[in-house]
Design a protein around this ligand. Structure first.
Ligand SMILES: Nc1ncnc2c1ncn2[C@@H]1O[C@H](COP(=O)(O)OP(=O)(O)O)[C@@H](O)[C@H]1O
Ligand SMILES: [Mg+2]
Length: 251
């Protein structure tokens, strides 16, 4: 479970996020949606403790992130940031191996290597594992970063727009993989999604953020309504019943 209590961050006198109170239950997929600049990445990076909050408290799996040592936190929560991915001269396998750092401190055991292989296979990157990151397409690189986060083997995964750069096939595959990680492995996944239709189909609950505040939290069917989405995104959105659930139409 992840709990945010009165969490606030101001970047400047004009840009303030929060205060936010939110409880994300353990297990399942929680999708964060909302317009550009709403504060989704800010909240996610504060949960992952890569950004300090100004006020409030965050607990992950019962641990107060303000006081938990990094080496312990890194075994409980992993994060894929939206940007700032480093593209060093690393192979896919070397990158994914970094996910094991909290356990092995850089000297991978056989067990670590096995988890690295499994994570690479999970993302269908087996044939690319020897490639350097700068020899990959944007989508392939994105999958390699997700494999690294999976290799960290944490109960909570925070993923900021992991479908960026991915084509239809790989977006669907990635969401299938994450769905399995949540259902079969009991992981708690918090994911920022740009496309509300992916949130509708794959998430267990949707949390909508606008102007630094949480404006709706609920089941996909509660958020996937024309009036609700129109208000969240400030643009006309229709919701139709599709063959596999509700779909937002907004063009
Ligand atoms: N490092 C920063 N310095 C100043 N303002 C920032 C910084 N990062 C984000 N912001 C501002 O904070 C707001 C929320 O940004 P962000 O959390 O990235 O939104 P989202 O992920 O929902 O698009 C935006 O107005 C953005 O311009
Ligand atoms: Mg963002």
């Amino acid at each position: 479970m992840i709990t945010l209590t009165s969490v606030a961050k101001s970047y400047s006198s004009e840009v303030a996020i929060g205060p936010v109170d939110l409880t994300i239950p353990a297990g399942g997929i929680t999708a964060l949606v909302g317009p550009n600049g709403a504060g989704k990445s800010t909240l996610l990076t504060m949960i992952g403790r890569l950004l300090a909050m100004d006020e409030g408290a965050i607990e992950v799996a019962g641990l107060d992130i303000a006081t938990t040592p990094s080496k312990d936190l890194a075994k409980i929560v992993s994060i894929l940031r939206q940007e700032n991915h480093f593209v060093a001269r690393l192979t896919v396998r070397q990158l994914v191996g970094f996910g094991r750092f909290p356990y092995s401190r850089g000297r991978l055991t056989l067990g670590d290597e096995e988890i690295v292989s499994r994570s690479i296979d999970f993302l269908g990157m087996g044939e690319l594992e020897g490639r350097y990151l700068d020899e990959l397409s944007g989508g392939q690189r994105q999958r390699a970063y997700v494999a690294m986060v999976l290799a960290q083997d944490t109960d909570c995964l925070l993923l900021d727009e992991p479908l960026n750069n991915l084509d239809m096939q790989h977006s669907v595959q990635m969401m299938h993989h994450l769905r399995r990680a949540a259902t079969e492995l009991g992981r708690t996944i918090v994911i920022v999604l740009h496309d509300v239709n992916f949130a509708s189909h794959y998430a267990d609950r949707i949390c909508a953020i606008k102007d630094g505040r949480i404006v709706h939290v609920g089941l996909p069917e509660e958020i996937m309504r024309g009036d609700v989405l129109t208000e969240i995104f400030d643009t006309p959105v229709d919701v139709v019943d599709g063959p596999r659930g509700r779909l937002a139409v907004y063009y």
